[in-house]
Design a protein around this ligand. Sequence first.
Ligand SMILES: Nc1ncnc2c1ncn2[C@@H]1O[C@H](COP(=O)(O)OC(=O)[C@@H](N)Cc2c[nH]c3ccccc23)[C@@H](O)[C@H]1O
Length: 287
Amino acid sequence: MDMHSLTMPKEPAVLRQNILDTTAAILACGIDPKKCFLFRQSLVPEHAELAWILGCLTNVPRLLRLPQWKMKRASQNSEGTVGLLTYPVLQAADILLYKSTHVPVGEDQVLHLELAQDIAQHFNKKYGEFFPVPKAILSTTKKIKSLRDPAVKMSKSDPKKLATVNIADSPDEIVLKFRKAVTDFTSEVTYDPAARPGVSNLVSIHAAVTGLSIKEVLHQAAGLDTAHYKMVVAESVIQKFAPIRNEIKKLQEDKSHLIKVLEDGAEKAKELAAPIYQEIRRLVGFQ
Ligand SMILES: Nc1ncnc2c1ncn2[C@@H]1O[C@H](COP(=O)(O)OC(=O)[C@@H](N)Cc2c[nH]c3ccccc23)[C@@H](O)[C@H]1O
């Protein structure tokens, strides 16, 4: 999502490198470009073109109410750019351009998905039934919390260095982040997200990386105090990420392979998007 990424200011060289690193990370996690289309948003210009059409169906107050606008605008310490405000409309275009029916997202994206649903319905009402109304698919790990403040989500853009575990972090960094994770004054390990958000977040992460249920994980944690349990969770995260981290390093060495994956993906995405976008052009009266 390189176009979305531009809403937070970046040096061109940094963006260029981020694109390759993200591609390497996605591939290393097991996304198989033979089974899916992995591509760069800006290589399929229909995303931006559809976003314009959808933006003409979206009320400004609806966008001003979205929490992401309020939060990111505040963190940018500025009045906020047009790109940041209309970011969710571009996201709706990403979804609707392929007539998507289901979108796997975390809980933080549910409001953005509701906007995409409203836009699809608005379009259908104005121009005739065309877009399916997309549904969110939430995983069991729908909201991992910050390790520094379990009241907020873990986020890649969090300025607090110890709040977020990155997939390419070294084992030492992972241990440090979990050791410093904010919990509470009860030493027993229990799962109660409302009353004990910090320790419950550790339990969720443990379950996510081991593939065990919350009940199984709690069984394993029986008798441990939170300080020891933090190290158990850190170890399970290290185990899960180690092969991914190695694969990322390997993939990063072959820049031309990464570029080729993205270009091939864009070709396939364009084939899928072009006829749908042509039909949209006809429906709105461009043709
Ligand atoms: N702490 C967390 N716990 C659980 N899930 C989380 C957590 N943080 C992030 N996620 C989910 O990860 C995906 C990518 O997050 P992004 O913030 O990059 O996600 C974003 O910034 C989007 N605007 C990217 C995007 C662009 N176009 C789209 C079209 C459909 C879906 C998504 C997009 C998301 O599913 C997000 O919900």
